[in-house]
Design a protein. Sequence first.
Length: 409
Amino acid sequence: LEIDGGITQVTADLLEQALAEADRRKAQALVVSIDTPGGLLEATRRIVHAILVAPVPVIAYVAPAGARAASAGTFLVLASHVAAMHPISSMGAAHPVGAFGTDIEGTMKDKVVNDTAAWARSLAQSRGRNSEWAERAVRESSSITASEALPLHAVDLLAGDLPSLLEQAEGKVVAVQGSAWRVSTGGTEAVRFEPSFRQSLLAVLAHPAILYLLLLAGALGLYVEFTHPGLILPGLFGVLCLGIVFGLQVLPMNGVGLLLIGAAALLFIAEIYVTSLGLLTVAGLACLIGGSYLLFDVPGSPFRLHPLLIWGTAFVFAGSALGVGYLLLRVRRQGATSGPEAWIGAEARVVIEIPAGGRGKIFFDGAYWDATSSERLEPGAPCRVDAVHGLLVSVSPWRAEQTRQRGET
């Protein structure tokens, strides 16, 4: 099984299913290749528990070359029955951190650090490894290379590839569910555990940036559907995106962050209907930025949105708001371009004589209209539209200066 990237609940699911598959196949061991910067504390505890009660030995292997088992990954190595590293790899830096990677302050810091250090020490002791270094990895964020880890007895062996690892693991006696188990990997076949399509999809979705973009896309789809009823597709797209975000729940999210992003959406919508001179947009951008920073700020979670993504998104929304505002201002300055308001001042042609104060007919805008005028107009004479009252048009004689102005225009 390969663990590559952040450790989430999806990772825990993969490990549990891989252990079940190894048990079903009567495998000699489950090799877990690790290259991770860390992950969720609850997912790490779940994985460690699965390893401690595993039906077959678990061989943790920090690989390939250049890999690391940092933070939460360190606990996976400490809990495994056999711990191995590639000669060019590292592990450690398991000190717990708070929001945005900052240090936890006050009494809570002591509680969290002491609890985590005791956990690391107990795992190392249960496997006969260096418990003092395990505690330093938590309290002092100590990190070590593979060449340093072996003399310190933090790991059991170094291996440059999988065949070498299996060869060196041959004959090791470990405790599996309270009973001695002699690992027999010589001449065995290595079978790669292949995650299902659902698991692969969840692994892709377990990324803050992907969930963030899906959340914004879902809100945008619903906004388009509400402002343009009947399109259907934007609404379905929005519901699908939000269903993925909230239905699968692959990463924990901060409720305050979600509320701020929701408030930002409402403020952007209100800007269209309320004349605020941009104040609602500014408030919406502030809520969007604040909500984005808080969205994945959950205790025990190292996942955060990159500032470039947050500010890039805010820039796009600000540019879109300015673009819409410019278009609306341009339309307002242009005035009416169709309908009765645009007909005022237009030229029409008299079809049936219009007596002074009486009614006749004119031809205008491709149709015949009843018309009235304060002056007599003969058939064929040009006239000017002064007002439109339903289906009745008020007209006046077309003056020579109007013809000249029209030509100049």
